[in-house]
Ligand binder design. Structure first.
Ligand code: ZN
Length: 313
């Protein structure tokens, strides 16, 4: 069983309803949790993923209605790639044309056919055709046939001035191993998972720093098997790198620490447990507005302030 790799990617969106519609109806992911930003409960926090919201399949959003668009630069995630079976790429290309999804021609990267596209907020995403992905479990509600459905995160590309220090943390602390370099991109791979197993570091030197906003990735979360594994990662960050992560925060569905890696990207280390079925039955994930215990007393006030989702949820 995998104990390393990407746990989830969290990004910033604008309109909540548009975000929800795109990830469920266009991309066919499951809404596995509808909650609020624990630090800003006037904002939704949507979690999309596979049937269970397995680590490595989760992409999450804070939709802020009036957020300004981000501007890509160093210290940021440049692209989030999702896995699909090889035979699915034609289906997705046709679907993006039919649904007016902004996309680029299919390209080959690290030997894999890749379809880059953008979500309605301009977030850079890609579908990567992966041999054998058809045998991985997939969620389907019927809008995307199961044989073509997204199989979770493939990897992320980080845009950095310089890749060395970031690569060292990924290798020494987070369980990745350097695989190979293609042009300006160094690929690191988790040895024990396919899903969420790749981090590409694109070193670009003196490129301007990014400005976070709509369409930007807020942070990348990496997996820790349990609290002890997370504590060991924190110890290594402190002793070998002089980086002191935040105290552990209870995010209800996992327990997390956060730190900014030397290249400027916000990293999180999240435990696999307890998962998304902790407060909802697996068959009903994402159906009700879920609040952490400390916000439950304010439910009526919070629910009244949240934006309208129409018939999407
Ligand atoms: Zn997170």
């Amino acid at each position: 069983m995998a104990t390393t790799g990407i746990h989830h990617v969290t990004a910033i969106a604008g309109n909540a309803r548009r975000n929800l519609e795109f990830y469920t109806r266009t991309l066919g992911l499951r809404l596995v949790k509808k909650t609020v930003n624990f630090d800003d409960p006037g904002t939704y926090h949507f979690y999309f993923g596979d049937a269970q919201g397995s680590p490595g399949t989760i992409i999450t959003f804070f939709p802020w209605s009036h957020v300004a668009s981000g501007r890509l630069g160093t210290g940021e995630t440049q692209e989030t790639a999702l896995r699909v079976p090889e035979a699915a790429l034609g289906f997705w290309l046709e679907r993006f044309v039919a649904m007016g999804v902004s996309h680029e021609p299919v390209a080959t990267r690290f030997g894999a056919r890749t379809l880059p596209f953008r979500d309605p907020d301009g977030m850079a995403l890609a579908l990567v055709a992966v041999p054998g992905a058809e045998s991985e479990p997939a969620w389907s509600d019927g809008s995307v046939p199961e044989e073509f459905a997204i199989r979770g995160i493939h990897g992320v590309t980080l845009l950095l001035a310089e890749a060395g220090a970031t690569a060292k943390i990924l290798a020494d602390v987070l369980g990745f191993a350097e695989e190979r370099t293609e042009g300006a991109v160094t690929r690191l791979r988790s040895p024990d998972t396919q899903i969420g197993g790749i981090v590409d570091l694109r070193a670009v030197g003196g490129f301007p720093r990014g400005r976070s906003g709509g369409g930007s990735v807020h942070h990348i979360a990496f997996r820790a098997a349990d609290d002890a594994a997370q504590a060991e990662m924190v110890r290594k960050l402190e002793t070998a790198f002089g980086i002191r992560p935040t105290p552990q925060k209870d995010r209800t569905y996992f327990r997390s620490v956060y730190f900014r890696e030397p290249g400027g990207v916000l990293f999180e280390i999240a435990t696999d447990a307890p998962g998304f079925a902790v407060d909802e039955l697996p068959a009903h994930l994402g159906e009700a507005l879920k609040l952490p215990a400390f916000l439950e007393a304010r439910r009526a006030e919070i629910a009244a302030r949240l934006p309208e989702l129409g018939d999407t949820a």
